[in-house]
Design a protein around this ligand. Structure first.
Ligand SMILES: CC(C)(COP(=O)(O)OP(=O)(O)OC[C@H]1O[C@@H](n2cnc3c(N)ncnc32)[C@H](O)[C@@H]1OP(=O)(O)O)[C@@H](O)C(=O)NCCC(=O)NCCS
Length: 187
């Protein structure tokens, strides 16, 4: 297994592959919080079994692709949130992010996504995209700060099960072309 991308460090953050021991912390820190999960595409977790199922999914992604879901922690190991790359093809992946309520407004999402851009390039992706609910200005702003460009609104495209279960909502589609990675990009 190629483990080259399992841990990434930024000035304030460590992005790392989730492991089974993280289940309680993920559940408690963000996955079960109604405020945090409002605009997410997955149902808020009401039991740790749902969080364990996410970890099974994460392992499958990491087995199949060069990278997958990441936890975002501070350098002292405190869990702050999650992000990741969801590959759809070797050269195309989607991204998303979720942070604990107490971690909002400190630039962490922007810092994490900027780090993921480099990971995605090193993994061979040539485009990264992201969807967000049309009312979710904070998320759209994170994407724009990271160089994503809006491709416009896709009408009635995605379900937000914690916001309007059973309905399809309009989303902004953002994409970010990625230059090929070269050895001179290494800092
Ligand atoms: C959306 C989310 C990831 C942002 O994380 P964050 O670490 O607070 O983001 P950052 O601090 O990097 O950047 C947020 C930016 O949006 C701005 N912002 C915050 N609320 C805003 C709003 N209602 N409208 C417009 N901009 C807003 C902030 O001012 C900041 O911009 P600035 O740096 O120019 O001041 C976080 O709120 C979160 O985890 N929410 C719950 C999960 C979620 O909704 N994920 C996204 C699903 S698409």
């Amino acid at each position: 297994m190629d483990t080259a991308f399992e841990r990434v460090e930024t000035a304030r953050l460590v992005l790392r592959r989730p492991c089974a021991a993280d289940v309680e912390a993920i559940f408690r820190t963000y996955a079960s919080d109604p405020d945090v999960t409002r605009y997410l595409g997955w149902p808020r977790h009401v039991s740790v079994e749902q969080t364990a199922a996410f970890l099974t999914f994460s392992d499958a992604e990491w087995r199949r692709w060069p990278a997958g879901p990441y936890l975002v922690c501070s350098h002292d190991g405190t869990l702050l949130g999650g992000t990741g790359l969801a590959f759809e093809a070797p050269d195309c992946a989607a991204t998303g992010y979720v942070f604990a309520r107490t971690a909002w407004g400190q630039g962490y999402a922007t810092e994490a996504v900027q780090a993921l851009l480099d990971v995605a390039r090193q993994c061979g992706a040539r485009v990264l995209y992201a969807l967000c609910h049309v009312d979710h200005w904070a998320s759209a702003h994170v994407l724009e700060k990271c160089g994503f460009v809006s491709e416009g609104i896709v009408r009635r495209y995605a379900e937000f099960p914690n916001l309007s279960p059973g309905q399809l909502s309009d989303v902004f589609k953002y994409s970010r072309p990625l230059a090929p990675w070269t050895p001179s990009d290494r800092k």
